[in-house]
Design a protein around this ligand. Structure first.
Ligand code: FE
Ligand code: CA
Length: 512
C-alpha cells in the first residue's frame, strides 16, 4: 500500500509539472472580454512585513467553467497608498494562465511594514474591485495591536453570508479562515439557496464549486477588507476524509484529493510555493505579526491517522464509547510527524507575546454524556487523545508565551480553558481556546451542546444556535475575544450582535 501511494503521488506530481511548464505562446496583452471578467472579486493573503499575496481570477462566466478560451492572459496589478490610486507604490504584470483557471497570484514585495494599502487588477480595459490589504509590523517590533477575525464553515445551501458582511465592516487587520470554505455535497431540496452542480470529483467541477461560493458579494467584501491566512478542513475535498482515505473508501481518492487541493490553491490568496513538487500542499507555517503575535497555522487533515473505529466497511467518523480501544492507542497522529516536529520548533523559537494556534477544530475535551458512558466524536481532537497530549506537552515545554488556540469546524461558539491533562479539570490551565461558530453551516441542537458543556466544566460557553465569527482584539497586555452572531443566517440582511465576550490577560493562562 505505501508503494502504491508513493507511486500515485509521483504520478500526480508529474502530471502537475506538465501544467507548470512555461506556455509556448505569449500571453494575450489586450484581451477582449465578452463580459466583465472580475466577477469573483479580489483577495489578499499571507502578509509579511514587506509583502502580501494579491489574488484574482478572470471568469466572465463564473458558473460555466469561467467562460474564457484557452490561452494565457496578461493582467496588470497595482498597489497604492490611496483608494484612488494616485500614489501607486508597486505595479506589474502577471499571467493568468489557462492551466490555472486564469487565476492570478502576485507576490507583491517591497512594501513598508505595518501599513494599509489598496490594490486592484486591470485587463482588457476592465478594472477589478479595489481591495484593502495590510502588511505585518516589522519582525520583533514591540507593542502594537492586532484585530483578527476568525471564520469557518460557510455552507452555501444553509444560508447567506451576512456574517461576512459584518466581519468586513469591523475592518480587521487580518482574517483567519480555518476550514470548510466550500462544501462538496450535491444540491438538496428545500435549502436557502442551491448548489448549482452535483458533487465535484474533478478539477473542473471543484473550480465551478469555488466559483459559485466566490460569486457571493458578502464573501467578496470579507476578502477585499483585509489579508487572509487560511487552512482547510474536510469539505474542501470530501466529508470526513483523513489523509489518503475517503469516507466511501474510493480507490481513486488521491487523484480526487489532488484536484480538490489544486482548486483550493487556485482560489485562495496563498503563496504558490505551498504546492510542493511531491504533491504535498504545505499549508502549515508561522505568520508573524511583529513581536505581538505569532500565528501558527496547522493542517490536521492531510497527515492524520485514519479515524478510529469507523462504521463497518467505511471510513470517516462516529461517536464511540469505551468499546473503541483504537481511539486512545499511542501513535495515532493528528498532525503527522514532520508537522509535529516543525510546530515544536516554532513554539520553542517563538519570541512573540502571543502564540496563536490557528487550526481546524475544537481542542477541549468535549465528551458527550450518554446512557452507556461518555461518547467521543472520532473526527475531532477527542478522536486523537494521544496526539493532543503530545501537543499539550510541546506547548508547555516550549515555553512559548501566552498560547491561545483558535478553531472552527463544530458550527458552534465555544470558549474553554485547556488543561494540562485534558480529562482532568484539576490539572493546570495551559491555554485559552476560542472555537468560532460557522459563517452559515447549521450546527448541533442546543440540547446536545448544553449537555457537552455541563459535562465538561472547562468549557465556559457553548452556543450552536447561531452563525457568526469571532473578533479578537490583541494588545501587549490582554486579548479580548468577542463571539459575534447574526440573528438569522437565512437572510442576507441579518443583524449582528455579540453572544459573549471573554478576555485573556498576558501572563495568566486561560480565560480571565
Ligand atoms: Fe463545517
Ligand atoms: Ca469539518
Amino acid at each position: 500500500m505505501p508503494d502504491r501511494r508513493a507511486f500515485l503521488r509521483r504520478a500526480l506530481a508529474l502530471a502537475w509539472a506538465g501544467f507548470a511548464l512555461p506556455g509556448c505562446a505569449p500571453a494575450i496583452t489586450r484581451p477582449r472580454f465578452r463580459s466583465y471578467p472580475f466577477t469573483l472579486g479580489v483577495a489578499s493573503g499571507s502578509p509579511t512585513a514587506s509583502g502580501v499575496v494579491l489574488w484574482t481570477r478572470l471568469a466572465p462566466e463564473p458558473l460555466a467553467g469561467g467562460g474564457l478560451d484557452p490561452g494565457d492572459i496578461e493582467v496588470r496589478w497595482e498597489v497604492a497608498e490611496d483608494e484612488r490610486f494616485s500614489r501607486i507604490v508597486r505595479q506589474g504584470a502577471a499571467v493568468a494562465s489557462a492551466a490555472r483557471a486564469h487565476a492570478v497570484h502576485v507576490e507583491a514585495e517591497g512594501l513598508a511594514p505595518a501599513r494599509a494599502y489598496h490594490f486592484r487588477f486591470l485587463a482588457g480595459g476592465e478594472a477589478s474591485a479595489v481591495g484593502r490589504t495590510r502588511t505585518a509590523p516589522a519582525a520583533g517590533a514591540p507593542g502594537g495591536r492586532l484585530r483578527l477575525a476568525l471564520a469557518s464553515c460557510q455552507h452555501w445551501e444553509h444560508g447567506y453570508y451576512a456574517a461576512h458582511r459584518h466581519l468586513a465592516a469591523e475592518a480587521p487587520d487580518l482574517v483567519a479562515f480555518v476550514g470548510d470554505y466550500i462544501y462538496e455535497g450535491n444540491g438538496k431540496a428545500n435549502r436557502v439557496r442551491d448548489h448549482h452542480i452535483p458533487e465535484p470529483r474533478t478539477l473542473a467541477a471543484y473550480r465551478d464549486r469555488y466559483a459559485q461560493y466566490k460569486s457571493d458579494p458578502d464573501l467578496q467584501a470579507a476578502h477585499a477588507c483585509a489579508p487572509w491566512i487560511a487552512t482547510w478542513d474536510d469539505h474542501e475535498v470530501d466529508n470526513d476524509y483523513a489523509n489518503d482515505r475517503s469516507q466511501d473508501l474510493d480507490p481513486a481518492f488521491l487523484a480526487r484529493r489532488a484536484a480538490a487541493y489544486r482548486a483550493f490553491l487556485e482560489h485562495q490568496p496563498l503563496r504558490p510555493g505551498v504546492q510542493r513538487p511531491d504533491g504535498e500542499f504545505r499549508l502549515y507555517g508561522t505568520h508573524a505579526w511583529g513581536g505581538l503575535a505569532s500565528l501558527h497555522v496547522l493542517d490536521d487533515r492531510q497527515y492524520r491517522a485514519w479515524q478510529a473505529c469507523p462504521p463497518p466497511g467505511r471510513g470517516g467518523s462516529r461517536t464511540v464509547g469505551s468499546e473503541c480501544e483504537e481511539r486512545t492507542r499511542p501513535g495515532r497522529t493528528m498532525l503527522g510527524e514532520a508537522q509535529e516536529r516543525w510546530l515544536d520548533g516554532a513554539l520553542r523559537s517563538s519570541r512573540a507575546r502571543w502564540n496563536l494556534l490557528v487550526q481546524q477544530t475544537l481542542m477541549a475535551n468535549a465528551g458527550r454524556p450518554a446512557a452507556g458512558g461518555v461518547q467521543h466524536w472520532t473526527d475531532g481532537w477527542d478522536g486523537y487523545p494521544w496526539a493532543r497530549e503530545r501537543l499539550f506537552g510541546s506547548l508547555q515545554e516550549s515555553g512559548a508565551a501566552n498560547p491561545v488556540v483558535l478553531g472552527g469546524d463544530v458550527h458552534a461558539h465555544y470558549a474553554a480553558n485547556l488543561h494540562a491533562q485534558p480529562g482532568d479539570a484539576g490539572s493546570p490551565v495551559i491555554a485559552a481556546e476560542f472555537c468560532g461558530t460557522s459563517i452559515s453551516s447549521r450546527g448541533l441542537g442546543m440540547k446536545a451542546v448544553n449537555a457537552i458543556r455541563e459535562a465538561n466544566p472547562p468549557i465556559r460557553f457553548a452556543d450552536s444556535a447561531r452563525r457568526g465569527y469571532v473578533l479578537l482584539d490583541l494588545g501587549p497586555d490582554r486579548l479580548d475575544a468577542h463571539l459575534r452572531v447574526v440573528d438569522d443566517a437565512r437572510r442576507r440582511d441579518a443583524a449582528l450582535s455579540t453572544a459573549a465576550s471573554f478576555s485573556v490577560v498576558a501572563g495568566t493562562p486561560g480565560i480571565a
